[in-house]
Design a protein around this ligand. Structure first.
Ligand SMILES: [Zn+2]
Ligand SMILES: [Zn+2]
Length: 344
């Protein structure tokens, strides 16, 4: 038996004994060291969009403890990162590069989930999603590989070019990773917005050029000022508020792109200035999760310290306190950005 923090329903997560998963010949068993608490984990737990009992968590950094008979890529003692969904690489969507739309994608899972002592990585994950953690990289930092991959996935389609301007709406983990990655890709002016002074301060510490609080100043006026009245080339929406979409569109420069990287649950119907598509050739791009190709790219970004992830990790909790961790992270009153769950 092993320990896991099992989600049953809102505010009911039990730290309990569950069976250690059985290994197939191509699978590996890893011991979780750090697993990031993702906004989607918090969302699932608070809005009950999944039915318990289930073990959440997918931003896993772990040590290999056992390998199936046919496994040659890894051996016990290896430090690895992984993700949760694997596409089939052969269907209509995969053939067109839309790996995250693949019908197999959401059916593939690690077992039982990241918030457990031991995790079985099925053969597909072993072959396509699992990578060695570079030497000298801490477990906490390695747990940031998966969210970095997700942000890369969205930003690639935004076609960031050297010197272009970027506004990220929402300065949570995804927002601040996206802002840093945009700068890494050569963006000239990077702005973030958020209602939390704590997150805006953090953004400035991370080297983001402008951190704007829309409750205190006129976002549109500030964007106009920074961009010489032209608007931004790319807006990334990293906050689950659909009302941000019309505003994002109005802030775009001609030819600009909006990347929507957030579940919009509440009031999903919005009115946008649709004339801008033809008149100004703007685009709105949706993005979700990451493809296997973003994993090694994210590992490389961590290995070369291309962005600052240490400063983004504000809290860590032991696996036994997942419920407390979620309640703390979900409370907008708290000064918290990334929470990492650790095996004690
Ligand atoms: Zn995530
Ligand atoms: Zn496919």
């Amino acid at each position: 038996m092993m320990k896991a923090s099992v989600y049953y329903r809102k505010d009911v997560i039990r730290y309990e004994e569950v069976p250690v998963p059985e290994l197939g010949e191509g699978d590996i068993l890893v011991e979780m060291k750090s697993c990031g608490l993702c906004g989607t984990d918090i969302h699932k737990a608070q809005h009950q969009t999944v039915t318990g009992p289930v073990v959440l968590g997918h931003e896993v950094a772990a040590e290999v403890v056992k390998v199936g008979r046919r496994v040659t890529r890894f051996r016990p003692g290896d430090r690895v990162v992984t993700a949760i969904h694997v596409p089939c690489f052969t269907c209509h969507d995969c053939n067109r590069g839309h790996f995250t739309l693949c019908e197999q994608f959401k059916r593939t899972h690690i077992e039982p989930g990241g918030f457990a002592q031991y995790i079985r990585l099925p053969e597909l994950h072993v072959n396509h999603l699992t990578h060695l953690i570079p030497e000298g990289i801490s477990w906490e930092k390695a747990a940031m590989v998966e969210p970095i991959g997700c942000c890369l996935h969205g930003l690639k389609r935004a076609a960031i070019t050297p010197g272009c301007s970027v506004l990220v709406m929402g300065s949570g983990t995804i927002g601040l990773l996206s802002a840093q990655l945009a700068a890494m890709m050569g963006a000239g002016r990077v702005m973030v917005s958020d209602l939390s002074p704590f997150k805006l301060d953090l953004a400035l510490q991370l080297g983001i050029d402008h951190a704007i609080n829309p409750a205190e100043e006129d976002l549109e006026a500030r964007v106009r000022e920074v961009t010489g009245g032209l608007g931004v080339d790319v807006v990334v929406i990293a906050a689950g508020v659909s009302a941000l979409l019309p505003q994002a569109i109005s802030l775009l420069r001609r030819g600009g792109r909006v990347v929507v990287f957030s579940p919009f649950d509440h009031l999903p119907m919005v009115n946008i200035d649709a004339g801008r598509f033809f008149r100004d050739e703007i685009s709105v791009i949706g993005t979700y999760s990451l493809s296997p190709y973003e994993m090694p790219e994210a590992v490389e970004i961590i290995r070369r310290n291309r962005i600052n992830v240490e400063a983004m990790i504000t809290h860590s909790y032991p696996l036994s306190q997942l419920e407390e961790a979620i309640a703390f992270a979900a409370n907008p009153q708290n000064n918290v950005l990334k929470v990492i769950i650790k095996m004690e």
